[in-house]
Design a protein around this ligand. Structure first.
Ligand code: PLP
Length: 426
């Protein structure tokens, strides 16, 4: 039986046996007890699966990670303390000092800083390519030491759409995996693995949690990338790990399990960026309604984009669901049922109009957050990008008058009425 995605949202991951708790239990315990040291020793040798310390693994997290892996169509998953940790682990698990990454330039600012600055200080270089670069430009970005390609299905906040098939083909031609951050569409609107992505990441803080309660991240492995076929590029997966008595991850855990097992047993052990089990529980509550909430986010985003596109005071609208948007065709291919609830737009009256608009909103609230059940709005030039002057903003592709509106799941008419009355004051 192939289960529909809505069923997996509600029931995936945790399937209780006879007389077991119906809801995912919260294992609020840092540690586990064993009857013998021999038994614990087998866990430390990775000879036996099991729990011993929550810095590495916790059953609550694993239930929820399994649900997200099912939703994305992957073979294994893990939760991290944040989306930032997920993207860091996803790359660092297969690339380190002396290596190189190719990334789309249309990515979340935090991911850009991570790849361009923090990971560079760790000896890892990144070449950024525009998501609409030519095939020649994409090809030219690769180096012999390239270890992965990174992009976002729908970029936050640029709202560019990644041509997943094209970027996957380029990555695979160079013997490396494609990592896709699928935070904005969620697996309800797009499943990147079906289009060739090898690893999918999430900031679960956004639509997955959906209620602004818990910062978190997730990584899912498709199990499709053949690490052994490119063993020279990925020695961390294909040669002995001396910290676990010479375990070779691909040998012991196979193509389906090697990547996530390594990330858990090495990176979580050493860097300790695990999600708290309490947060995993909140995340699971969010996931249970993800398939019900996403269509309403999309409906509101689409209606808002169409309303704004017709409004005389609006200078431009960016929304991949809008016919005429440069990314509309790709959005229709990868997300035929809709994209997300986030719309960006600017004002004929420029920056001052944007500031006036922000002041006049009543329902939509000013927050750094996006992808929440409650509509929220941000004026980047006055918040996340405040340190830049107008010329620097233009160079970064952020218009000084641009506002990012994240449509929640309220009634469509009320949201449009709020935006309409705020525009009237501009
Ligand atoms: C927010 C976000 C992140 C970072 O996630 P946190 O949970 O805030 O650490 C990464 N990628 C995208 C696309 C995001 O929107």
């Amino acid at each position: 039986m192939t289960e529909h995605i809505g069923t997996t949202c509600v029931q995936g991951g945790y399937r209780p046996g006879d007389a077991e708790p119906r809801q995912v239990p919260i294992y609020q315990s840092t540690t586990w007890k064993y009857d013998t040291s021999e038994h614990m020793g087998r866990l430390f040798d990775l000879d036996e699966a099991g729990y011993f310390y929550t810095r590495l693994q916790n059953p609550t997290n694993d239930y929820v990670a399994a649900k997200i892996a099912e939703l994305e169509g992957g073979t294994a998953g893990m939760l991290t303390s944040s989306g930032q940790a997920a993207n860091f682990f996803a790359v660092f698990n297969i690339a380190g000092a002396g290596d190189h990454v190719v990334a789309s330039s249309a990515i979340y600012g935090g991911s850009y800083n991570l790849l361009a600055h923090t990971m560079r200080r760790m000896g890892l270089e990144c070449t950024f390519v525009s998501p609409d670069c030519t095939d020649e430009e994409l090809e030219a970005a690769f180096r012999p030491n390239t270890k992965c390609v990174f992009g976002e299905t729908i970029a936050n906040p640029a709202l560019d759409v990644l041509d997943i098939e094209r970027f996957a083909a380029a990555a695979h031609a160079h013997g490396v995996p494609l990592i896709v951050d699928n935070t904005f569409p969620t697996p309800v609107m797009c499943r990147p693995i079906e289009w060739g992505a090898d690893i999918v990441t999430h900031s679960t803080t956004k639509y997955m949690d959906g209620h602004g309660t818990a910062v978190g991240g997730a990584i899912v492995d498709s199990g499709n990338f053949d690490w052994d076929a490119h063993a020279d590029k990925f020695p961390g997966l294909t040669t002995p790990d001396e910290t676990y008595h010479g375990v070779v991850y691909t040998e012991k855990f196979g193509q389906a399990g090697a990547y996530i097992t390594k990330a858990t047993s090495q990176l979580m052990r050493d860097l300790g960026s695990i999600q708290s089990p309490q947060h995993a529980f909140y995340l699971n509550l969010g996931l249970e309604s993800l398939h019900v909430r996403m269509p309403q986010h999309v409906k509101n985003g689409q209606a808002m984009a169409e309303f704004l596109a017709e409004h005389p005071k609006v200078r431009f609208v960016k929304y991949p669901g809008l016919p005429g948007d440069p990314w509309h065709e790709l959005a229709q291919k990868y997300m035929p049922n809709g994209t997300c609830g986030v719309v960006s737009f600017g004002f004929n009256g420029g920056r001052a109009a944007a500031e006036q608009f922000m002041k006049s909103l009543k329902l939509a609230q000013i927050a750094t957050h996006v992808a929440d059940a409650r509509t929220c709005v941000l004026h980047p030039a006055n918040a996340t990008h405040r340190q830049m002057n107008d010329a620097e903003l233009e160079a970064a592709g952020i218009a000084p008058d641009m506002v990012r509106l994240s449509c929640g799941i309220e009634a469509t008419e009320d949201l449009i009425a709020d935006v309409e009355q705020a525009l009237a004051t501009v």
